[in-house]
Structures are given as structure tokens and as C-alpha cells.
Design a protein around this ligand. Structure first.
Ligand code: GLA
Length: 392
């Protein structure tokens, strides 16, 4: 399958850029199993990289120009840019992600001494909350590190990729997506402490069940402004808590009990709810990982459901499409747990479904969702993949 896709890319490469020697790279997308909107609150996340992602064929050029072509966005044609002094350029559309990585590396003293011809081909549904942008960012960082022998390790490349998104593209995301994409490991989820960046891998051996991703297919909404509002509300709540607990650095440091003791110091009811989600979700994530590691998949599933309730009721980032998918999933036989994944407002749910029940799950959820919402969802049975790498 992969080879077929690369062969097709090679043909397109030759059409666009001529017959040159190329190197191949793959960068996954990610699905977060639990720990949502906790990363920028200094809490834990539990994502994994998935086998859907972004491929690149890359050839060196001997000047300072890069030419990029995405097979998924053929209407945008070949996008060109210089490898230094880059500024965000709306007209360059998706190429701002790779441009951002070039730019933050240059600012940190890692200069690219020539450009590239690159063909990109993604298998991730764009705008679905499975981190297609982080996938391209880390892909770019890995291509540049490989070409120029910068000697940066993956965690450093992950941080530069997040910086590109924050400073160049202007989306104030946390580190989860880039970290999961870059540091992913086959058949493992990553328990990451976003406060310290300490992490460990946890084997996902579900025996008779699978991870099913369901895409709401909701047309793109203004998620990034609502995302930034949530961040600001949590920061404000944290600052009020610091007035009574000066040693507090992040909401992710609090137990539920400690939070409840001091929550009254947050003046706005809405901000109390936001902070409560951040605190409870972080502790829920730790409890869920422990359950999974003790082979208690049922408990893990219950905690996934609770995560969705909290994201719906306290954090208010689910909306009709995600709530419909989750409610339908909960009602199906063989569903161990189901919740929204990613930023929310649209995008995907993640469900643990018994293998014997997957066909009926797709059929029933697909039909009822379409009846209610007016268009169909899409389903992907995820396999957990390695992080961004050169394909040998
Ligand atoms: C988006 C962001 C992440 C994280 C999630 C919510 O995916 O990019 O940093 O905050 O939302 O958990």
C-alpha cells in the first residue's frame, strides 16, 4: 500500500519537478485517547501516533528556493518560497506550516543553505482534528534536520514545530500534537507530562478491541478563536488561585480535593468550570492510564466517557456533532468507551470498540448520525504507528 502511494508520488514528482533522485519521509497524525485541553494547563495527555499521516518525496536544489506541491491540494498548485527571511503569507496557504518551521529554525541559528523540491501526499482527512498541521510541521523539521545534519533530537524538533505553529502560523496550541507525531511509537500511547515534558510509553494491547476514529465531517468552524478563549479563561483562573497558593505553577499540579478547597477563589463561575475540567481531566488521565496498565479496559472506557461529559458540560467544546456521535456510540453494544478527541468544536471522536461489534457500530452510528445531522460521518480503524521518520 505504502509502496503504491510512493510510486504514484514519484510520477507526480517527475511531472512537476523533473526526474531527480528523491528521499522519502513519513509523518503520522495522532489521536488522543484521554487528557484533553490539559497540555497548556500543565497536565498530562495520552495520545498515540496513527498510521494515517503525511508522506513527502524530497530532492535537493542548488539554490535558495523551495518548491512544494501537495497532491491533496492540487488547486493550490506549486507553492514557492525562499529559505530565509520568511514571513507568514496568507496566499501561500498550507505552505505556511513548512515555512514556519524553516523560519523558527533560522531564528534559532539553524540556517538552511539550500532549498528543496517536495511533493506531499497526505492520508489524513484535513481539518479533522487528527493533527494534519502538526504532521507537516514535524515532517519539515525532520527533513531539514536530515538534510543539514543539525543534530537536533526529536524532542527539540517537536519544540521547534510547536513554535512554528504558535509564532509563525499564530495558533496558540499546546505541545501534545507535535509531541505525539514526532515521538510516536508503534503499538504504544505516550503518557506525557506537559509541565516537565517527562514521558513514557505505554503498550496498547486491547486484545479483542480496536480504536475506532469517527469523523463528524463537520465543515471547518472558527475553532481557533474559541480555543484561545478557553486558554485565557484557564490562565485567568490560575492567576486567581495563585493569590491563595503562591507556589502553584499550573492547574495540572492540583489534586481534585485541593482544587475544590480553593476553587471559591475563582471569581467567575464559568472560569471555575473551565479550571475544574483542566484539573479533573488531568487526574482522570492518570487514573485511566493506571487502569489500562492493570488490564482494566472497562474502567479506562468509563473514564473516556467521563472525559467527554466534562468537555461537554464544564469546558463546552463538544457541540451537537460530537455529542451526537458520542451518545450514539455509548448506546451500541461492544463499545467500551467513547469521547471527543483533539480540540473539539467538530473533528473526531475516539471509541474503543470490540472487534466483533465494529461492523454494526459503523452501520448503526453512521445511519443515525446521518438522519440527525444531514450528512454521513467517516470511520477509521486506527493502527498505532511510529513517529516521523525517513523511509529507508
Ligand atoms: C489541539 C491542540 C493541542 C491540545 C488539544 C486539546 O489539538 O493543538 O495542543 O490543546 O487541542 O487537548
Amino acid at each position: 500500500m505504502e509502496q503504491e502511494l510512493l510510486n504514484e508520488m514519484k510520477q507526480v514528482f517527475t511531472e512537476k519537478f523533473g526526474d531527480k533522485e528523491t528521499r522519502s519521509f513519513f509523518s503520522p497524525g495522532r489521536v488522543n485517547l484521554i487528557g484533553e485541553h490539559t497540555d497548556y494547563n500543565g497536565g498530562h495527555v495520552f495520545p498515540c501516533a496513527i498510521s494515517l499521516g503525511t508522506y513527502a518525496l524530497v530532492a535537493d536544489r542548488d539554490d535558495n528556493k523551495s518548491r512544494l506541491y501537495s497532491m491533496n491540494l492540487a488547486d493550490k498548485g506549486v507553492v514557492e518560497f525562499e529559505m530565509s527571511g520568511l514571513k507568514y503569507d496568507k496566499a501561500k496557504d498550507w505552505a505556511n506550516y513548512p515555512m514556519g518551521v524553516v523560519s523558527v529554525l533560522e531564528k534559532a541559528g539553524y540556517k538552511c543553505s539550500h532549498g528543496f523540491d517536495i511533493v506531499i501526499n497526505g492520508t489524513l482527512p484535513g481539518g479533522s482534528g487528527l493533527s494534519s498541521s502538526a504532521s507537516i510541521e514535524v515532517l519539515t523539521a525532520v527533513i531539514l534536520n536530515d538534510a543539514f545534519k543539525f543534530g537536533l533530537d526529536m524532542v527539540e524538533l517537536v519544540k521547534f514545530s510547536q513554535q512554528a505553529e504558535n509564532q509563525f502560523v499564530g495558533v496558540n496550541c499546546g505541545i501534545m500534537d507535535q509531541f505525539a507525531v514526532g515521538m510516536g511509537k508503534k503499538d504504544c500511547a505516550i503518557l506525557l507530562d506537559c509541565n516537565t515534558l517527562e514521558y513514557r510509553y505505554s503498550k496498547i494491547a486491547l486484545k479483542d478491541a480496536s480504536i475506532v476514529i469517527t469523523n463528524t465531517n463537520k465543515p471547518h468552524s472558527l475553532a481557533s478563536s474559541a480555543y484561545n478563549v478557553r486558554r485565557a479563561q484557564c490562565e485567568h483562573a490560575l492567576n486567581e488561585l495563585k493569590e491563595v497558593k503562591s507556589e502553584l505553577n499550573a492547574l495540572g499540579e492540583l489534586s481534585n480535593e485541593d482544587y475544590n478547597k480553593i476553587a471559591g477563589h475563582i471569581s467567575e463561575q464559568l472560569e471555575r468550570q473551565r479550571a475544574r475540567h483542566a484539573v479533573y481531566e488531568n487526574n482522570r488521565t492518570l487514573e485511566a492510564v493506571e487502569a489500562l496498565e492493570n488490564d482494566d479496559v472497562i474502567k479506562f472506557g468509563k473514564l473516556m466517557n467521563e472525559s467527554h461529559f466534562s468537555l461537554r458540560d464544564d469546558y463546552d467544546v463538544t457541540g451537537e456533532n460530537l455529542d451526537t456521535l458520542a451518545e450514539l456510540a455509548w448506546a451500541q453494544e461492544g463499545v467500551i468507551g467513547s469521547r471527543m478527541t483533539g480540540a473539539g468544536f467538530g473533528g473526531c471522536t475516539v471509541s474503543l470498540v470490540k472487534n466483533s461489534a465494529i461492523a454494526a457500530f459503523k452501520e448503526n452510528v453512521g445511519k443515525a448520525y446521518t438522519e440527525k445531522i444531514g450528512y454521513a460521518p467517516s470511520f477509521y480503524v486506527a493502527s498505532i504507528a511510529d513517529g516521523t521518520h525517513r523511509i529507508k
